[in-house]
Ligand binder design. Structure first.
Ligand code: NZQ
Ligand code: ZN
Length: 388
């Protein structure tokens, strides 16, 4: 553990099939005007909306509706949400949904009392908020992003063909999040597995960096093993509460800042995947799955020791009579088999990417420097071609 760091997580979590009742404990802490943020209507179909509205009314709140947050929320929708919050002088932004609603709520929270355009300020210039931040609460209905307990907020600008995430400071983390695994039961299978791969990749992005003996890596391995185990149960029986609850909890721990402590972290699968998303608007977890294997096979020689450890510890690959590189490659093959079993996308063509987009996707990929290899744009292009 060689890093220097501080650690605080500012989000209070309520977990379990009774967790929604704790909304009654949280609401009295905030003023009357609640901006109720949700997506395309799944919460109306599965009954979650009615349960929440009842609790809000019982607590004497004014409900200000902000519906229609799309997967991969856009800058236009963000500007609309900011206007709703300003016009209604809202006291709490209550997001009900997956990462898109939670991310969007955070982006609104830092923009309501800010005069500048949020896209330029937060997503191009990466500035920090200097204005009052409206508090955010989340009621999670999809496990994957970890947005319920982090300060990340990803926004898409279709006009500029950019999808960019800003990781804000602890003051932007949700004040509370409610995690009821049963709320995830109504997710279509494709969304469930996209979420599962998103979780897995969040862990990989932090694990595949550094060469020191680091507690975070042992935690990461445990989280990966739990996720693989539960994912195989959940794809057979999506209503297995034990598996779905473990997946939900793993998602939170995969990206609530704990396992990145003391690590440089990679995040290049996300950078490439997000740029694919900017061109295709594809489901986040699928974009990651589709570029992962070409990326990891490419960087493996630069971090062979860690890939060997990954193979042995996470996938039980035996190293007897094999070179380090052979063991490492077998680990990635085992990961590929698992990805096929759960049914994620293994190429970007099926997500709508075409050869003529490759240059633009390459251009839109932000290059980060914390992993085993700092990629050049030509290397990104090559990885994308192999992902087609
Ligand atoms: O909009 P509705 O009708 O609610 O449908 C949603 C949406 O179509 C549906 N859904 C969610 N819960 C459901 C449900 N359908 C039935 N039953 C339920 N219980 O699922 C679809 C996808 O939802 P979305 O919120 O878009 O998915 P996800 O949680 O994967 O969030 C994706 C967004 O989060 C960003 C991504 O880039 C993307 O924009 N990320 C945020 C991160 C963070 N804050 O740290 C990190 C991640 O790496 C990621 O980049
Ligand atoms: Zn992700």
């Amino acid at each position: 553990m060689l890093g220097n760091f501080s650690y605080k997580n500012a989000t209070k979590l309520y977990f379990g099939d009774d967790s929604l009742s704790y909304l009654n404990e949280e609401l009295p802490k905030y003023g009357k005007n609640i901006q109720l943020i949700y997506g395309g209507g799944s919460i109306k179909r599965n009954g979650i909306y009615d349960q929440i509205v009842k609790i809000l009314k019982d607590n004497g709140k004014n409900i200000i509706e902000d519906a229609g947050v799309m997967p991969n929320p856009t800058i236009e929708k963000l500007r609309e949400g900011v206007k709703i919050a300003r016009d209604n002088n809202v006291d709490l932004l209550l997001a009900v949904g997956g990462g898109s609603c939670c991310d969007y709520a955070k982006a609104v929270s830092v923009s309501v009392h800010c005069d500048e355009d949020p896209w330029d300020k937060y997503y191009i210039r990466f500035e920090e908020p200097t204005c009052e931040i409206v508090p955010v609460g989340c009621i999670l209905t999809m496990a994957g992003t970890g947005s319920e307990m982090n300060a990340g907020s990803v926004i898409t600008n279709h006009e500029q063909k950019l999808k960019i995430g800003h990781v804000f400071g602890e003051e932007v983390m949700p004040k509370f999040s409610i995690l009821n695994p049963k709320f995830t039961f109504s997710l279509p299978k494709r969304q469930m597995v996209a979420g599962i791969y998103d979780i897995f990749n969040h862990i990989c992005e932090q694990y595949f960096s550094g060469e020191d003996d680091n507690t975070s890596d042992y935690l990461a391995e445990a989280l990966m093993k739990s996720l693989i185990h539960s994912s195989l149960i959940a794809i057979e029986d999506p209503e297995d509460y034990e598996a779905r609850s473990n997946i939900m909890w793993t998602a939170t721990w995969a990206l609530n800042t704990l396992i990145s402590r003391g690590k440089s972290t990679d995040w290049m699968v996300h950078m490439i995947g997000q740029s694919v998303g900017a061109y295709t608007d594809a489901t986040h977890g699928m974009t990651l799955a589709a570029v992962s294997l070409p990326y990891y096979r490419y960087i493996l020689p630069y971090g062979v020791k860690k890939f060997k450890r990954f193979a042995e510890e996470v996938w039980n690959v035996s190293s007897e009579g094999k070179t380090d590189e052979q063991v490492a490659l077998e680990g990635l093959s085992a990961m590929e088999d698992w990805m096929k079993k759960i049914g994620v996308s293994l190429n970007i063509s099926e997500l709508g990417a075409t050869e003529d987009m490759i240059d633009g996707i390459t251009e839109g990929t932000i290059i980060l420097e914390g992993g085993y290899k700092v990629l050049s744009k030509d290397e990104v292009r090559e990885i994308l071609k192999q992902s087609l």
